[in-house]
Design a protein around this ligand. Structure first.
Ligand SMILES: NC(=O)c1ccc[n+]([C@@H]2O[C@H](COP(=O)([O-])OP(=O)(O)OC[C@H]3O[C@@H](n4cnc5c(N)ncnc54)[C@H](O)[C@@H]3O)[C@@H](O)[C@H]2O)c1
Length: 448
């Protein structure tokens, strides 16, 4: 005869039944680049969804069925939010009705490159006020190993209930690649680690209902570390090619041609490409979450620090190359007009977070250049945490480009690949290898 189910088993089984029948209400906290597509996915797969955000403008936009993220189609948002399959709110008392709560709030760095967990802590505190038996809470925000156990659990334990039997807590890293046509929230495998086995099982079941492949791991800490390894891997490899770019340039060798040659090796090599510096919410920031935490254990993550040093020096390198190019033409940076192509940090999207283009523009401005930018995806430069350029985009046309003393290609937007744009340009500094040799009728093309 099977042993009678314990209360803990029945809490988990009840949660699993709700997931299976798609009656579990899914709350997503933080409706940004990560949270919004996730909320849409759960809604499209039949779950009732509540999207929470402290930003009233986002809540209002979603409630009207409009999208504020370029690559997320307005049709999908309208389908979910206007047909009342999902709703958006800034009233966090609605957390109580959610069976699963997924946290997708920002994890930036402070001014000294230390992890800034204030958004996670604020969210954990508000959830703690509403937590109830049977709920699953999953953290998706990228962070150092131990955050879920050290920051979420103690706040929830204050309720007097027990994790793993009364409620469940897990970590599952987000792997969104905005603008990637081949991979989306549904077909990117999802790592899931719980604070205990029932929490892992609850989270794996929830994601398994909407995502093609779930990868359960033994602990939340493994899941937290897995995401960091992925991002550190990119940061270190990009730093390596950025350093080799400088080395080969001195030797008169084109690093881009070297990479093309090396990547014909069918095994044991993966190409990474140099650029004007790192951008986005992840690669420039996340590795430092681990190096900060490692120091607590008396170990130094030297690769992370070195990669950070090389990558953050790239905008200054590009500006130095621009100064040298102007110098060859008998001009100084001071007084020259310089156009930067691309404000977003990667091609064909409107996400400008941590984009190196800002630093390039600011360094040029500090040296006395008259600065301008062109980005077909960003009509006006938004005021950021560190930047306020107060500029609007120059038209993406050859006659406009011809009026500048120098042009720096910073983002490889498809719109910038048209060789005829550069016909009458005077000087082009290409950090992305997208300007065809011979594109300039009489001007000079440099790589940086
Ligand atoms: N964007 C990506 O491509 C990406 C990829 C992988 C992982 N991540 C990680 O996912 C997390 C979220 O990133 P994002 O790009 O979606 O950020 P985002 O800035 O686009 O969205 C975060 C949202 O959270 C909201 N918010 C802030 N504090 C809140 C609070 N206390 N309660 C409710 N909402 C709050 C903000 O208003 C914003 O709408 C980060 O940890 C990031 O590192 C992002």
């Amino acid at each position: 005869m099977p042993a009678p189910a314990t209360t803990a088993d029945s809490v988990l089984n009840d949660f699993l039944r709700r997931v299976e029948s798609r009656t579990a209400t899914v709350g997503v906290v933080g409706m940004g680049y990560v949270g919004l597509p996730l909320a849409l996915l759960f809604s499209e797969r039949g779950f009732p969804v509540v999207g929470f955000d402290v930003d009233r403008k986002k809540v209002e936009a979603l409630s009207k069925g409009t999208s504020y993220i370029h690559h997320i189609g307005v049709d999908r948002v309208a389908q979910a939010f206007l047909q009342k399959k999902a709703r958006a709110t800034d009233d966090f008392s609605n957390l109580a009705e959610c069976d699963a709560i997924i946290i997708c709030v920002p994890t930036p760095l402070g001014v000294h490159r230390e992890p800034d967990l204030k958004y996670i802590r604020a969210t954990a505190e508000v959830i703690a006020r509403h937590i109830r038996r049977g709920q699953l809470v999953v953290l998706e925000s990228t962070t150092y190993p131990g955050t879920t156990r050290e920051e979420l659990l103690p706040r929830f334990e204050a309720s007097g209930m027990k994790c793993g039997s009364d409620y469940f807590v897990a970590f599952s890293p987000e792997r969104e690649d905005p603008g990637n046509p081949s991979f989306n929230t549904k077909n990117i495998p999802k790592i899931v680690g719980g604070l205990d086995a029932p929490s892992r099982d609850a989270a794996a079941a929830l994601y398994g209902a909407v995502i093609d492949r779930v990868v359960p791991v033994s602990t939340a800490e493994v899941a937290e570390s897995g995401k960091l390894l992925e991002n550190i891997f990119r940061s270190v490899n990009i730093a390596l090619v950025n350093e080799l770019k400088i080395v080969f340039d001195r030797m008169g060798i084109d690093v881009w041609e070297v990479i093309e040659a090396a990547k014909t090796k069918p095994f044991g090599f993966m190409p990474f490409y140099p650029g004007p510096g790192l951008g986005g919410h992840c690669i420039p920031l996340d590795p430092f979450y681990l190096s900060w935490k490692a120091a607590e254990y008396g170990v130094w993550a030297r690769f992370i620090e070195l990669a950070g040093e090389i990558n953050t020096s790239m905008p200054r390198y590009v500006v130095t190359k621009t100064a040298e190019a102007l110098n060859e033409a008998g001009k100084s940076v001071s007084g020259s007009s310089v156009l930067v192509l691309g404000l977003s940090y990667k091609p064909n999207i409107d996400d400008d977070r941590e984009s190196p283009s800002f630093e390039i523009l600011e360094l040029l401005q500090e040296s006395g250049a008259k600065i301008a930018y062109c980005d077909p995806h960003i009509a006006a430069a938004r005021r950021g945490r560190k930047h306020d350029l107060q500029l609007t985009s120059v038209p993406c046309r050859s006659d406009a480009f011809a009026t500048y003393d120098a042009i720096i290609v910073s983002t490889a937007h498809d719109a910038f690949k048209d060789a005829s744009l550069y016909r009458d340009a005077k000087i082009v500094i290409d950090t992305r290898n997208i300007v065809a040799p011979g594109a300039l009728a009489s001007g000079r093309l440099y790589k940086a």
